[in-house]
Design a protein around this ligand. Structure first.
Ligand code: SF4
Length: 354
C-alpha cells in the first residue's frame, strides 16, 4: 500500500475530519481506496448473521453496559435449550447459515452446556456456522467448544488502552483479555474483536492506536461500535459517541486490513439512520447482524438505551439500496486466520506497564 494510506499522519488527519468539512484530495483518495479494497475482497456481498441473545445475566461490571451485574433494576432472562433451538430454526428457515450465540458472562451456561447446544444445532443444521460471544472462559473450555463444532468467537476488548480499559472494566484486566484472545485463536477459532468509539476520556489518538492494535493482531472481524449511554450505569449521563468518527474508523480499518470482516453495528445504525448506513454498506461494511432474540425478552438485553433491531426484510432493503447483495451463506473472511497470534506492540507495552 502507498504511504498515504498507512502513515500515522494521514490516518490521524482523516480521523480528525468533520462531516461538514469538504473532502481534501487525500481524503478522497482514502475513501476511494477503501471502496476498491472492499470490492476486491468481498465483491458486492454483505453477509447476514442471525444473532440470538440467550442470556442477559452477567457477572462483570463494565461501566458502560446496561447488563452489568450492579444494575439490579434490570430484569434478567435465560433462554432454554428448546428456545435456542427453535430460534435457530427460524434463522435457518429464513435461509441464513450463520448464527451468533451471545450472552453476558453467565456461568449458569457451563462450557458443557454450551458445547451441547452447539452440537445439537449442528446435528440438526450441519451447514450452519456458529459464532460464540460469551465472554471469557479458559483454554480447556475454548478447546471443548471448538470441538463441539463452533468455529468462530467474538470477544471485544472495547479499548486496548490499558488505563482506559481499567477505568471502564473494574472487574477485568486488559492483559487477561488479550491473553484470552490468544488462547481462543490457539484453540482454532476464527476470532472477531473490536472497540467502542466515544468512550469517556477517549482521544482521536486512542482511536488510531485501536486500529493499530487490531491490525497487529490480525482479527478476522473488526467490530467498531459507538458508545451509547445506558440507563442504570455510571456512564448514563455521558453523551453518545460520534458515529461519524466510527465511519472514518471503519474506512481506515479497511486500509489497515483489507481482508477483515467489518460489520455495521447496531449502535451505528441506531445513531446514523438508514441513509448513512446505506452509504457505509456501499463504502466499507460487509457484515450485518439481524437480531432473532425472541420478542418476549428482546428488550431486556439492554446494553444501551434505545437499541434498535432491524428485520431481515428491512436489512436486505438497505443492502440492496447500497448496490450490494444480501448473502445468506456462512460468509468466511477473505483471509481465514490460521496464523499464529502475533505479540503486538500493545501487548508488549501493557506488559511493560505492570
Ligand atoms: S460488556 Fe459484556 S461483560 Fe461487560 S457487563 Fe456487558 S455483557 Fe457483561
Amino acid at each position: 500500500m502507498s504511504e498515504i494510506y498507512t502513515s500515522k499522519k494521514s490516518i490521524l488527519h482523516y480521523l480528525h475530519r468533520k462531516p461538514c468539512e469538504s473532502l481534501t484530495i487525500e481524503d478522497r483518495q482514502i475513501l476511494s481506496q477503501c471502496r476498491i479494497l472492499t470490492d476486491k475482497y468481498y465483491q458486492n456481498q454483505v453477509f447476514l448473521r442471525g444473532i440470538i441473545e440467550f442470556s442477559s445475566f452477567c457477572s462483570q461490571d463494565c461501566l458502560y453496559c446496561g447488563l452489568r451485574a450492579a444494575n439490579t433494576n434490570l430484569p434478567r432472562y435465560r433462554l432454554s435449550l428448546e428456545d435456542i433451538l427453535s430460534t435457530v430454526q427460524r434463522i435457518y428457515s429464513d435461509g441464513l447459515r450463520s448464527v451468533v450465540l451471545q450472552s453476558g458472562e453467565d456461568l449458569f451456561y457451563t462450557t458443557s452446556l454450551i458445547a451441547h447446544v452447539c452440537a445439537e444445532i449442528l446435528d440438526r443444521y450441519p451447514d450452519i456456522a456458529i459464532t460464540l460471544s460469551i465472554g471469557e472462559r479458559n483454554s480447556p473450555a475454548y478447546r471443548k467448544l471448538r470441538k463441539s463444532g463452533a468455529t468462530r468467537f467474538l470477544i471485544k476488548h472495547e479499548t486496548a488502552n490499558p488505563i482506559l480499559y481499567k477505568q471502564i472494566h473494574p472487574t477485568q484486566e486488559l492483559l487477561s483479555r488479550l491473553r484470552q484472545q490468544q488462547l481462543i485463536k490457539q484453540s482454532g477459532f476464527m476470532l472477531g474483536s473490536g472497540f467502542l468509539v466515544g468512550l469517556p476520556h477517549q482521544t482521536i489518538e486512542d482511536i488510531y492506536d485501536e486500529l493499530l492494535f487490531l491490525y497487529q493482531n490480525q482479527f478476522d472481524m473488526w467490530g467498531i461500535g459507538v458508545f451509547i449511554p445506558s440507563q442504570g450505569t455510571p456512564f448514563e449521563n455521558y453523551p453518545n459517541g460520534d458515529p461519524n468518527l466510527a465511519k472514518l474508523a471503519m474506512v481506515c480499518s479497511r486500509l489497515f486490513d483489507p481482508q477483515t470482516m467489518i460489520p455495521i453495528t447496531t449502535a451505528y445504525h441506531s445513531l446514523m439512520g438508514d441513509a448513512d448506513t446505506i452509504q457505509s454498506l456501499h463504502d466499507v461494511a460487509n457484515v450485518f447482524m439481524i437480531n432473532y432474540t425472541p420478542d418476549s425478552v428482546k428488550n431486556l438485553y439492554h446494553i444501551y438505551n434505545n437499541k434498535q433491531s432491524l428485520t431481515l426484510e428491512k436489512t436486505c432493503q438497505l443492502i440492496e439500496k447500497a448496490g450490494k447483495i444480501p448473502t445468506y451463506t456462512k460468509g468466511e473472511p477473505s483471509r481465514v486466520n490460521n496464523k499464529k497470534p502475533t505479540t503486538s506492540y500493545w501487548y508488549r507495552r501493557t506488559n511493560e506497564c505492570r
